[in-house]
Design a protein around this ligand. Structure first.
Ligand code: F0G
Length: 465
């Protein structure tokens, strides 16, 4: 008998870790689920975590740290100034991302605040590949106006474009010509693009943005929050990168930019932390000065020494090939499973989350009645699975006119924390969403009864229509 060998491409894979410690999670009875979501004003941000069974609210700060990271916590150097953990973090940002100067911040928006203050003046325009909530509000608070220059495919949930996060170079050049480089402090490039569905930017696009911006003398700054996931997509999808290491792809990608801000709560596998990194010595000097005002001394930026150590170690783990493959692979598994049940989702499946297309899910609910918010509430009520709205509520109001923005995408995000849930959790979540889909005609939408001024999606309250 000849020896049998399975095709390596068809072999199953499993997570490159095993569980060492567990945290109980329970599913409430149906009547309690109904009560809890009503008490939370139909806003999943206002639920207590204890009342959530499978928490797909965000991949931010909710990942599981490794034993290597936990061991690092014990090596925290809690000196006010010059903690050795800062130098470890600085060295790893330099090594893996390639930037020269590093300022630690308590999380991503701390870095967004600093970078916006350092670069933007009143009346500026900031082009970027789709807005992100916290990024844009800091740009606006600093006096800037965000201008979306993402490719049109990004707003089409069914387009199979492999790099839906790309910048449309024509839109960018038109803006550079129309406003002049003096009013454009930098290009705000995010990779991957969260609000488009976790969609990547290609290496070629990054190279072309660099070349265009060089002609106009405008810097390119990167939101590096999920740049490792972006590098993985480049490896999987872009010609010439299939044999390259994710770590090398990340370095090359960053080399086309002049600096980056980071929410380390995502790619870098920590519960808290972030940084701003710049190659421009003068701008760095300003940021290093401002961090003292808003976050803490420039060698801790609002973090404990142990947090910086966990972050330094998380960066190393984040670019390991088997880690990133399993991470994005789990998201793909959930996406394919939902597709199998004909649940409308954004394609291709993104890097950190599966995005449900609420416009197609609830075609009978107009956008003013918050179809995505309704869907997130229904999914919780079905099985205690928590997701989040990414549609008209998240888009907020235009600061000039005060009117609601009506985004092209009306989505619900099921984001996967890293290394936290198993395939069985994905199966249960899928069944819950499928059940809600089956009963979709019964949903009526929501009315907002409390609306906070800033980032309203976090604290808004609703009643059923
Ligand atoms: N940039 C991107 C692309 C993000 O996704 C986030 C956070 C930030 C910046 C801000 O970082 O939260 O550390 O202050 N996204 C979270 C999410 C909130 O759920 O997607 P932060």
């Amino acid at each position: 008998m000849s020896e049998r060998r399975r095709d390596p491409a068809k072999k199953s894979w499993a997570e490159p870790w095993k569980v060492k410690m567990v945290e109980p999670a329970r599913q409430l009875a149906p009547e309690l689920l109904r009560e809890r979501i009503r008490d939370a004003g139909y806003n999943t941000f206002l639920l207590r975590s204890e009342d959530v069974y499978i928490d797909l609210l965000t991949d931010s700060g909710a990942s599981a740290m490794s034993d290597y990271q936990w061991a690092g916590l014990m090596l925290g150097d809690e000196a006010y100034a010059g903690s050795r953990n800062f130098y470890h973090l600085e060295a790893n940002v330099q090594k893996f991302y390639g930037y020269t100067y590093v300022v630690p911040t308590h999380q991503g928006r701390g870095a967004e605040h600093l970078v916006s203050k350092v670069y933007i003046k009143k009346g500026d325009f900031v082009p970027g590949n789709m807005y992100f909530t916290t990024t844009r509000i800091h740009q606006e608070l600093a006096g800037g106006t965000f201008v979306d220059v993402i490719v049109d495919e990004a707003s089409d949930p069914q387009s199979l474009h492999p790099f839906k996060g790309n910048v449309d170079l024509q839109k960018l050049e038109d803006l550079l010509k129309k406003k002049g480089q003096n009013c454009i402090p930098y290009v705000s490039l995010a990779a991957t693009v969260n609000m488009a569905g976790g969609q990547p930017v290609s290496m070629q696009n990054a190279r072309e943005i660099r070349a265009l911006c060089d002609r106009y003398g405008v810097p390119v700054l990167l939101d590096a929050t999920r740049a490792v996931e972006n590098a993985y997509f480049i490896q999987q999808r872009e010609t010439g990168y299939g044999e390259k290491k994710v770590a090398d792809i990340l370095r090359e990608f960053c080399s086309y930019t002049d600096g980056a801000w980071m929410s380390a709560k995502k790619d870098s596998l920590v519960n808290i932390g972030g940084w701003l990194a710049l190659n421009d010595a003068e701008k760095f000097g300003e940021a290093q000065n401002l961090v003292v005002v808003y976050e803490g001394l420039h060698t801790y930026g609002g973090l404990a020494g142990r947090d910086m150590e966990a972050m330094a170690r998380g960066i190393e783990e984040s670019v390991e090939e088997d880690h990133i493959r399993a991470r994005v692979g789990q998201v793909e598994y959930l996406g394919q499973k939902l597709l199998g049940w004909d649940v409308p989702i954004v394609l291709p499946v993104g890097g950190h989350a599966v995005f449900l297309d609420a416009k197609r899910f609830y075609p009978h609910i107009p956008q003013e009645r918050f179809p995505a918010q309704t869907l997130a509430a229904e999914i919780y009520r079905e099985a205690g699975v928590r997701t989040m709205e990414r549609g008209i509520l998240s888009a907020g109001r235009d600061p000039q006119t005060g009117l609601n923005r009506f985004p092209g995408l009306e989505l619900v995000r099921a984001a996967l924390p890293r290394r936290v849930y198993t395939q069985a959790h994905m199966d249960v979540a899928t069944e819950a969403i499928e059940e809600v889909h089956w009963n979709r005609a019964r949903a009526r939408g929501l009315r907002m009864v409390y609306e906070p001024k800033y980032l309203r999606f976090f604290q808004a309250r609703f009643e059923p229509v």
